[in-house]
Design a binder for this molecule. Structure first.
Ligand code: ATP
Ligand code: MG
Length: 775
């Protein structure tokens, strides 16, 4: 353990060594907050604290897994398995399953994801005969969500004239009624939505003192990462659970609070001192992540915010290169610039795709970047789009599985009752819904009792409904005896889902079948991993829970090497050597919808601070001169955030007298352009800007090559262009020695080869630079 403690600086070690009492670590980005939490947990275990008594709450499940892995390195894997670690939602979903009956829920309750919840809201709005243009289901849902996160129940809502007034003012006087219906329907379906997982936990802890006491006693040590982004509901849970032992350690950075729009409350940090006695405050000031240029640039930006706690962030790291700013004509050019720059960096420094991230303000921006990366054959992964588990074909299979576990699950039932088509039309489904509401039962229960109620449904439809019910019941029986994988396979076949998909022979159709295969593989892996769980049914419930709560990052098994594309919101807590922040334009970033008040603008600025501080070695900022917004090409202006960075940390690639970036490799990025149309907002002062293109001398240094002699140049040239480099050719490289060519791709300037070197393993080299000798 001593050895591990030496991996911390003094400021970091202090909160790790303080075993008891409330403590708060407020510190800037990259200063080791997450590291402190990790080592603190390891240290507690080292000091004899039972891992069952430790609860650590993280922002993503992936973060929790990584922390656990690190802790396992320090204290051993067998003990660290018993730690309670995960997001608020995943931890409290587990607790709610144990205690569900107290709240009147079945322990196998379904978790509705956002899509399920929104569909239900839309359906209620329709059933109530309300105007769907006024009652926009997404807005209504997010309103309900924010009530829940502020712990405003339906009852509390109707006791609060101000809230009702404000919804009435927004022309939505029936919002409370929709809320009421929504809550009733979820309850009847045995379903909780994401917000319920927090709201119901609060209810549980409030209403049942013995339950509260049990968990207080269990979680003697509580740790929370990214504390600045906890909402009120989460805050209350933490406060209640830590009330007895007061061993609570929270870490956060007010400058990285970026979820106010979703109810995160910065006051949680400010009030911490007030909530607990003798709070120890720690500050970390040294950033280990980024270069001086990046740290100082980020500091200069966040300085512009008025609402902030005073903090110092410095780094002993190198200056590093300046932050590169580039102006492009269109988003297509922006994408191509990013792709070619990534390519250049990879070739010059031999870097894997995983070293690069492209961050944007809105998901829609990913398309142009994707196109360009695809053209360059650079593998990437998009986070935050439609996640795997939200794809239609996957949700269809999952819906059947959900029904097996909980036949009351209304959203699952509506999804598949007539898919694949089995002649149960909308009219029938609507009749079922009306009857379910009337009898205060679930739709499935109505189907089970068709004989006892008069629904005006003809005999053949009735038969079809009964067949559907019997099929689900047969799956339930199978589930008692077979494991989740066997069941899922049975569902895919017997429901006709696979057959239906096989009719579609387009590439998209084939991809959908592959996705289902992938899902089945996932279930099999899960079952294998759960061998100790004797109850197969339990395994299925758990699998579905994991799926419902899987954040996008969780799907990243880290097993293949890809450039990461994601919104800045998702990038919180992560780090990458190279970061491209694209779309640095007014109205986009800062977002046009967030410029009405100072506090909104400050949140955007914090978002920019988060983006910039993800970079370890080099950051790029790009903006375009015109961009399609809502279908129209509009003039774009560079973001004010670029100007807010101290000029000393920036290098403009687009010099005043030459709007063109001259890439090392791409000569085809820009067509001819009417120069008179180009505006440059910020002239570069001082010495004329130098081209970013490295001199031969610099290139040599970068590649640590000995100076090329005339001879070398001649040889390499003749070798590269006169001989056909094909897989199998044996070559010699100045640094890596002899190697065998595995693959050749690209043409002309872009031609590169994958070579297995005796001294360097497999490398991908740009032939133009590689100076290979064919042996
Ligand atoms: P963020 O605010 O972005 O969440 P953070 O404060 O949680 O950042 P960490 O992610 O814990 O910071 O640390 C940033 C990087 O610095 C990590 O790669 C971490 O391993 C490294 N690091 C932190 N402390 C040290 C240290 N004492 N010695 C070496 N590396 C360190
Ligand atoms: Mg962190």
């Amino acid at each position: 353990m001593e050895e591990y403690l030496a991996e911390l600086n003094d400021a970091q070690r202090a909160p790790v060594l303080q075993k008891e009492g409330p403590m708060i670590v407020i510190a800037g980005a990259g200063s080791g907050k997450t590291r402190v939490l990790t080592y603190r947990i390891a240290y507690l275990m080292h000091k004899g604290v039972d891992p069952f008594n430790i609860l650590a709450l993280t922002f993503t499940n992936k973060a929790a897994r990584e922390m656990k892995k690190r802790i396992a390195d320090i204290v051993g894997a067998s003990e660290s398995k018993n730690l309670w670690m995960g997001t608020f939602h995943s931890i409290f979903a587990k607790i709610l399953r144990f205690e569900a009956d107290k709240l009147g829920y079945p322990s196998n309750f379904t978790i509705y994801d956002t899509q399920d919840s929104q569909r239900l809201v839309a359906s209620i709005i329709k059933e109530m005969g309300l105007d769907k243009d006024i009652y926009k289901y997404k807005q209504v849902y997010s309103r309900i969500s924010s009530y829940k996160n502020s712990l405003i129940t339906v009852k509390a809502y109707f006791q609060n004239p101000e809230l009702m007034e404000s919804d009435a003012m927004a022309k939505r006087p029936r919002l409370g009624d929709i809320y009421q219906n929504y809550v009733d329907r979820c309850f009847k379906a045995g379903a909780m939505d994401f917000d319920d997982l927090l709201l119901k936990t609060n209810e549980l802890l409030n209403r049942f003192p013995e339950v509260l006491s049990k968990y207080q006693d269990r979680f003697r040590y509580i740790l929370v990462d990214e504390y600045q982004d906890t909402n009120h509901s989460q805050y209350l849970i933490v406060r209640a659970l830590s009330d007895r032992f007061q061993n609570i350690c929270v870490v956060g950075d007010d400058a990285q609070s970026i979820y106010a729009f979703r109810g995160a409350n910065i006051n949680n940090i400010l009030n911490f001192q007030r909530d607990y006695d003798n709070v120890q405050q720690y500050r970390l000031e040294q950033n280990y992540r980024s270069t001086k240029n990046i740290v100082q640039a980020a500091n200069s930006v966040i300085d512009k915010n008025k609402t902030k706690l005073d903090k110092v962030v410095w780094t002993a790291n190198d200056d590093g290169p300046k932050i590169i700013v580039n102006r492009l004509l269109t988003d297509g050019d922006e994408g191509r610039f990013v792709a070619s720059s990534i390519f250049e960096n990879q070739m010059q420094h031999q870097l894997p795709n995983g070293d690069f991230a492209v961050l944007y303000r809105t998901n829609a921006q990913s398309r142009a970047i994707e196109d360009a990366l695809r053209k360059r054959d650079i593998k990437y992964r998009i986070y935050g789009g439609l996640s795997f588990y939200q794809r239609k074909e996957i949700k269809d299979v999952l819906a059947y599985l959900r029904l097996v576990i909980n036949p009351r699950d209304e959203e699952a039932l509506k999804r598949v009752i007539n898919y694949p088509t089995r002649g149960i039309g909308n009219t029938t489904v609507n009749k079922l819904i009306v009857a379910a509401n009337h009898y205060d039962r679930s739709i499935f229960e109505v189907i089970e009792n068709l004989d006892r109620i008069n629904l005006k449904i003809n005999t053949s439809t009735k038969n079809r409904l009964e067949n559907f019910m019997n099929m689900i019941k047969s799956f339930q029986i199978a589930n008692e005896t077979s494991n989740a994988f066997v069941l899922a396979e049975m569902v895919a076949k017997k429901t006709g889902l696979l057959l239906e998909l096989k009719k579609d022979t387009t590439p998209e159709g084939v991809a959908r079948i592959e996705n289902i295969e992938e899902l089945l593989n996932g279930i099999r892996d899960f079952v294998e991993g759960q061998k100790e769980v004797a109850d197969a049914r339990g395994a299925l419930t758990e699998f579905l829970e994991d799926v419902a709560l899987a954040t996008d990052l969780d799907q990243d098994k880290g097993d293949d090497d890809r450039v990461a594309l994601m919104t800045i919101h998702l990038a919180k807590g992560l780090e990458f050597p190279y970061v491209y922040i694209v779309g640095m334009e007014e109205d986009l970033f800062p977002s046009g919808m967030s410029m009405n008040t100072r506090s909104e603008l400050e949140e955007e600025r914090r978002l920019f601070y988060v983006a910039l501080t993800r970079a370890e070695k080099q950051a790029y900022l790009t903006y375009t001169q015109s961009r399609y917004r809502w279908g129209k090409l509009v003039d774009a202006e560079p973001s004010r955030f670029i100007e807010e960075i101290d000029d000393t940390y920036l290098e403009y690639l687009t010099p005043v007298d030459d709007y063109r970036y001259k890439p090392l490799i791409d000569s085809d990025i820009f067509g001819e352009v009417d120069k008179s149309k180009l505006r440059l907002k910020k002239p570069v002062s001082g010495t004329p800007p130098t081209s970013h293109k490295p001199t031969e001398e610099q290139l040599r240094k970068l590649r640590k090559l000995r100076p090329a002699t005339t001879n070398d140049a001649a040889t390499s040239k003749s070798n590269l262009f006169d001989s056909d480099l094909v897989p199998g050719t044996v070559v010699e490289h100045m640094r890596f020695g002899r190697g065998k060519v595995l693959k050749v791709e690209g043409v002309g300037q872009d031609k590169k080869a994958e070579i297995n070197f005796e001294n360097g393993g497999i490398k991908k080299l740009l032939l133009r630079f590689a100076k290979l000798k064919v042996l």
